[in-house]
Ligand binder design. Structure first.
Ligand code: MRU
Length: 372
């Protein structure tokens, strides 16, 4: 199944890259349909997951990736498990949904959006009086409302963040934080989209983001489709570009923000934050409140996913070998940026500055509750 017109519903907003939210992630009847990001930028293809285990695979393979997007996909996976479970045996039904929930939460350990979303679904199920048909309907409604809520959060972040960038801003960004990562206009990329819409002299510097090239494959693809000017650079070029005055701001997303404002995000983020501080360049983080983990005191408490060495031995997802496959490898997918290096955190509630603790707590308290 190919083509970007699949699933287009006219009333849905264009969230970037010419895509609508349902063209990124869709909970259908008996299936979760996922735009397969492993095939971009060369092909727009979809994975149709008819079993929850296929959603687990799609998340761990990075067919769907980015913190808000995996939260939504996980919630859709739970709803699919519920739909396929035995509705005549309430105990079997509950244990099948719990089994799926556990596997989906474990599919990627770092982004908090996945346990955040699925935890709410399990709490919903716990309190639900039944019958099982009604429980399934509630889990489906929750997953769809979560998707809609993330789309709205992205728009609010974009509006709050855009004024931070002035005329002629040259904004460096890392990884992919756009429509593909969120189902909406994006976190950091949503802010960039809004800054460019307000002032077309704004341009973007896209880090390729080794080892899996989310910047080169996905961010460049989204920006090109939106005709937003950008240059693609390798990760190692950031320091000299900053020293030569080509970078006016850095903005990234987050997979988990600890209660003290420490930011866990794609590997390479910490290095950019240190470089930005050394060159007196503002370093911003954009993330919805669903990415804030008040139960985790600091970044040091977050588990960083260690991925397959083959991703470092090769260039690109299925690329040619770049190293002797026997070479020992480290492949942490994320790093921790201490809050002291962060100039501001943008959520859907506004722009938060240090000390981050009280502002983040307040933002989470004010965020709209999600029910089914
Ligand atoms: O491994 P990925 O591609 O899922 O990593 C994604 C990131 O690190 C993003 O920066 C993060 O999820 C924020 S995007 C909304």
């Amino acid at each position: 199944m190919t083509g970007t017109t699949f699933m287009r519903e006219p009333e849905q907003p264009d969230v970037g890259g010419g895509l609508t939210p349902n063209e990124i992630l869709l909970l259908g009847d008996g299936e979760v349909v996922i735009l397969d990001q492993t095939q971009l930028p060369t092909e727009v293809t979809y994975r149709r997951c008819r079993e929850w285990s296929e959603v687990v695979t799609a998340i761990s393979d990075l067919a769907v990736r980015g913190a808000p997007a995996i939260g939504i996909a996980g919630a859709m996976g739970v709803a699919l498990a519920a739909q396929n479970a035995d509705h005549d045996d309430v105990d079997a039904y509950r244990s099948e949904v719990a089994r799926a929930a556990q596997a989906l939460v474990a599919s990627r350990p770092t982004a908090v959006n996945l346990p955040w979303a699925i935890g709410r679904q399990l709490a919903l199920l716990e309190e639900h009086p039944g019958p099982t048909e009604a429980m399934t309907a509630s889990l489906r409604i929750f997953a769809k409302r979560l998707h809609t809520a993330e789309v709205g959060r992205c728009r609010a972040m974009a509006a709050h963040g855009a004024p931070l960038f002035g005329h002629g801003a040259q904004i460096l960004t890392h990884c992919n934080t756009g429509a593909l990562a969120t189902g909406g206009v994006g976190t950091a990329l949503g802010v960039i989209r809004a800054a460019y819409a307000a002032d077309p002299t704004v341009s973007v510097i896209v880090d390729e983001t080794r080892p899996l090239l989310q910047g080169a494959r996905l961010t460049a693809w989204e920006l090109a489709r939106d005709e937003i000017p950008f240059v693609l650079v390798t990760d190692s070029m950031a320091a000299s570009l900053m020293a030569d005055g080509f970078v006016t701001h850095v903005i990234v997303g987050a997979d988990r923000i600890a209660a003290n404002g420490d930011v866990v995000n794609k590997i390479g983020t910490y290095g950019l934050a240190v470089l930005a501080r050394a060159h007196e360049i503002p370093f911003y983080v954009a993330a919805p409140t669903s990415t804030i983990d008040l139960a985790t005191p600091t970044g040091a408490d977050v588990i960083v996913e260690e991925r397959d060495p083959a991703e470092v031995h090769h260039i690109g997802l299925f690329g040619r070998p770049a190293a002797d496959p026997k070479s020992p490898v480290r492949n942490p997918a994320f790093d921790r940026t201490p809050h002291a290096f962060v100039s501001a955190i943008i959520t859907e509630q506004g722009v938060h500055r240090a000390p981050y603790g009280p502002g983040l707590r307040d933002a989470v308290d004010r965020s709209a509750p999600l029910t089914a």
